[in-house]
Design a protein around this ligand. Structure first.
Ligand code: UDP
Ligand code: MG
Length: 347
């Protein structure tokens, strides 16, 4: 096994002797003890089928990322890794959220493979779309986005809020692929460049397009979760949208500036009106309008301060340069150490 997972550097599919890319499937898992035993065999079946079809190398792997689960998820991953040589696992020292878990997996994988595919572990994203993803990579795309063609299986509420999320992102100047979440193929070449994006507040689906390189899309139907519950209630979706917008775009600041100009003009007109009222001796009416203006401007100023505060808060966090993930354990740690030692003894 040590032979198969040894770190590989700057190797692309073209350089690969068999011209078959090594694929690592990266799967974040947070408290998924119910769903993991159901979906792990599906991912394994898919990996083996892709190998048999000759699309990918036989050294391909599945990498489960345990995102600080409090249930038996990590135990299940370790059991799977012990049973199947294709399955590997890493464990984050605590829960850091879906985006950081995917990032941790991708950064671990990039030195050891030619391509990665990130997919949720709950069976909602159709693994069969991977065939087309790999085909599009072989045809020249460095990034292939999985896009949901239909959302019939989602509830009306989830569908409406999720689609509203993408529209809001676009309106606010954050470039994201419509109805694409985090099911995507990324080549290790793109990941090497992606590693240079050192920000702490990460929003992968908005950041990957920023790296550039040729990209393509694959459409698939979204299924219902096979077991367990979603970790993305409305509160977390709003937080994700807010994080995405403020991490990727300064459009809200421009909008505030625009609103500021608009309200200043209205204020000016009201001032002229108030002066005319005063000249005419209708001072009681003037008092009402003054109160209105104070309330209106007070509210706008507060909202503006709040949004500006978000940016200042982010700048503050970025200056700390905290590590984006800390991995506390790896299923192959012993083998890797043995390999490094043997490499030292026999360079
Ligand atoms: N997830 C994670 N860390 C978290 C929350 C979720 O790694 O803090 C994983 C989760 O196990 C799943 C994926 O992210 O594989 C998507 O989560 P979920 O299915 O709950 O979101 P939804 O599909 O409902 O948007
Ligand atoms: Mg899900």
């Amino acid at each position: 096994m040590s032979e198969q997972i040894r770190p590989r550097r700057n190797r692309t599919a073209v350089e690969n002797t068999q011209a078959r890319p090594i694929l690592w499937i990266v799967i974040p898992c947070y408290n998924e003890e119910q769903v993991l035993p159901m979906t792990a065999p599906l991912f394994l079946k898919k990996l083996r089928q892709l190998e048999e079809d000759g699309r990918i190398s036989r050294s391909s792997r599945i990498l489960f990322v345990n995102d600080g689960s409090t249930d038996r998820t990590w135990e299940i991953i370790k059991e799977l890794a012990g049973e199947y040589p294709e399955i590997l696992g890493i464990c984050q020292s605590r829960n850091r959220g879906h985006q950081n878990a995917v990032l941790a997996g991708l950064m671990e994988a990039r030195e050891r493979c030619d391509i990665t595919i990130s997919i949720d572990c709950d069976g909602q994203d159709d693994p069969d779309a991977m065939d087309e993803m790999v085909d599009k990579y072989l045809a020249g795309a460095e990034v292939v986005y999985g896009v949901r063609s239909r959302r019939e299986t989602d509830t009306w509420f989830k569908r409406t809020t999720a689609e509203g999320f993408y529209r809001l992102m676009k309106l606010m100047g954050a470039e994201v692929v419509f109805n694409h979440a985090d099911y995507r193929l990324i080549s290790s070449k793109v990941l090497h460049h992606f590693a240079d994006f050192e920000e702490v507040n990460i929003f992968l689906r908005g950041m990957v397009p920023l790296v550039g390189f040729p990209s393509d899309t694959v459409y698939y139907e979204r299924n219902v979760r096979l077991a367990g519950e979603s970790h993305y209630p409305l509160r977390k979706m709003i937080a994700l949208a807010f994080n995405g917008i403020t991490s990727l775009s300064v459009k809200p600041i421009s909008l505030i500036s625009g609103a500021g100009i608009g309200f200043s003009i209205i204020g000016l007109i009201l001032m002229i009106w108030a002066i005319i009222q005063a000249i005419l001796g209708h001072t009681v009416a003037g008092w009402t309008s003054t109160i209105c203006i104070i309330c209106l401007l007070g509210g706008i100023q507060l909202i503006s301060l709040g949004v500006l505060g978000q940016y200042i808060g982010k700048t503050y966090l970025e200056t700390k340069r905290r590590p984006r993930y800390i991995i506390s354990a790896r299923t192959w740690e012993k083998e890797e150490r043995r390999w490094i030692e043997s490499e030292k003894a026999d360079p």
